[in-house]
Write a protein that binds this ligand. Structure first.
Ligand SMILES: Cc1cc2nc3c(=O)[nH]c(=O)nc-3n(C[C@H](O)[C@H](O)[C@H](O)COP(=O)(O)OP(=O)(O)OC[C@H]3O[C@@H](n4cnc5c(N)ncnc54)[C@H](O)[C@@H]3O)c2cc1C
Length: 419
């Protein structure tokens, strides 16, 4: 059977590796970190997965936490004015739940599962020279090493990456101690502070307990953007809570007692949305293929990165299998990426809309508050962004859609979302 090497044991690499093993391939998966180092380290991301990506995981039998962890069962979003008053609130039950598992729990468990299903796991911080060796000995090398790896191997695609820098500074905390009833604890919530940033909160499974992910997306230079001076994770969380107390006093009570689940349960970052060329040409002339964050990275505001890493890994798996015994040429790699781009560009557009809201987003949010069907279409859009194509992105299309749904954009607030 054909031999595939995968570099990077994260969301994309593990999904792809286990999927290919199940299809009878010989797979070597290379991780720069041992399962223990991942388990006891800092998270690199804190993703929530939506139903389509979760279903892909379930199809491979990787949903180990389904029974232990009650998911996000409700979505709620509100817009706040500069005084901290809620000017618009939307919420609905989620017919298909969302789920966020600590990658520090998930990846070591999936690594173990990969070995149990017959894969070879190698611990090695892979270099370009190592890639050359893998390229000589395997039919295909797939690089899934995440957002900060191999950036010189996969050139930035300037046309697909107009952003010159990040739009948000991000802080994320895995915590316990959220105050609220059972429904609050299982609600995925986004509070929009126009021109300042977003407060994001969702149930999170970490350390064998139901926790809360608190994420802060701070517009650069805004009042919320105040993490650079902190000296410890605890201080960082304290700064985040103080900012919330100032910006949204009625939210503060719920999060006042949050504590980190452990000293490493936090991260700080800033992501410049970037698309890279999917083919990495090695000095010898051999080529490797990039999948996941290594070639497509999103700000996490719309929760798209790990969902897309899973979907892209799934597409690549299916196309590898279809390829049979034919060689994995660079034209094939490009074709598979182009096929994925046709859908993922909507994911990018959705993320851009939330980072830099267009004027008509305000009307759409008012529509969501008036008509549950519109909110259901939006949550389906988070799950499957191409479904937003016909109504969400362009002002005229949004206006026609709202008219069809009998929604009247009657409320306007200051400053507008587009502030
Ligand atoms: C704060 C934050 C919140 C997020 N929230 C969401 C969300 O709500 N929803 C969502 O879908 N996404 C979210 N994301 C994004 C998500 O975490 C990533 O998109 C996803 O994990 C990418 O998967 P990947 O497999 O490409 O990379 P990763 O999961 O990062 O895996 C890459 C792996 O490769 C390993 N590696 C790196 N270099 C090497 C090397 N040289 N050799 C061998 N191994 C190597 C790394 O150790 C790592 O384990 C969030 C990200 C952040 C930062």
């Amino acid at each position: 059977m054909r031999k595939i090497a995968i570099i990077g044991a994260g969301q994309a690499g593990l999904y792809l590796g286990i999927g290919l093993l199940d299809a009878g391939y010989t797979v070597t998966l290379v991780s720069d970190r041992t399962p223990e180092a991942i388990r006891y380290g800092q998270p690199m991301g804190t993703p929530i997965l939506f139903p389509n990506a979760l279903q892909l995981e379930r199809n491979l039998g990787l949903n180990f936490w389904d029974r232990e962890f009650p998911d996000s069962i409700r979505f709620r979003s509100e817009v706040s004015d500069p005084e901290g008053n809620t000017v618009l609130s939307i919420s609905s039950d989620l017919q298909l739940h969302w789920q966020a598992i600590d990658q520090r729990l998930k990846f070591p468990a999936w690594m173990q599962e990969f070995v149990r299903r017959g894969g070879e796991l190698v611990i090695q911080a892979t270099t370009t020279e190592d890639l050359e060796k893998y390229a000589q000995n395997y039919d295909l090398v797939v690089v899934t090493a995440g957002r900060s790896a191999f950036s010189t191997l996969f050139d930035r695609d300037i046309q697909k990456s107009p952003d010159r820098g990040p739009k948000r500074h991000i802080a994320a905390f895995v915590t316990t101690g959220l105050k609220g009833d059972l429904e609050d604890l299982h609600t995925a919530r986004m509070t929009v502070l126009p021109g300042v940033g977003e407060i994001i909160q969702y149930p999170f499974y970490a350390n064998g307990q139901v926790s809360t992910l608190l994420g802060l997306e701070a517009c650069i230079g805004s009042f919320l953007d105040r993490f650079s001076s902190s000296r410890s994770p605890q201080e960082l969380l304290k700064i985040g809570k103080k900012a919330i107390e100032h910006l949204k006093p009625d939210y503060y009570e719920a999060i006042a007692n949050l504590k980190l689940v452990d000293d490493r349960a936090w991260l700080l970052g800033a992501i410049t949305p970037t698309a890279r060329h999917p083919v990495g040409n090695l000095p010898s002339g051999a080529a490797v293929m990039g999948v996941g964050d290594v070639v497509l990275v999103h700000d996490p505001i719309a929760g798209q990165g790990a969902n897309n890493a899973t979907k892209m890994a799934d597409l690549v798996k299916r196309r590898i299998i279809e390829r049979g015994d034919r060689p994995f040429k660079t034209s094939w790699m490009q074709q598979v990426f182009d096929e994925f781009w046709r859908d993922v560009r909507y994911s990018r557009a959705l993320t851009d809309c939330l980072l830099t809201p267009p004027e008509h987003l305000q009307d759409l949010m008012v529509g969501m508050a008036q008509n549950p069907e519109i909110l259901a279409d939006y949550t389906q859009g988070l799950n499957h962004p191409p479904s937003l194509a016909s109504w969400f992105f362009e002002p005229e299309a949004a206006k026609n859609y709202l008219a069809r749904k009998n929604a009247i954009p009657s409320i306007h607030w200051e400053p507008p979302l587009a502030a």
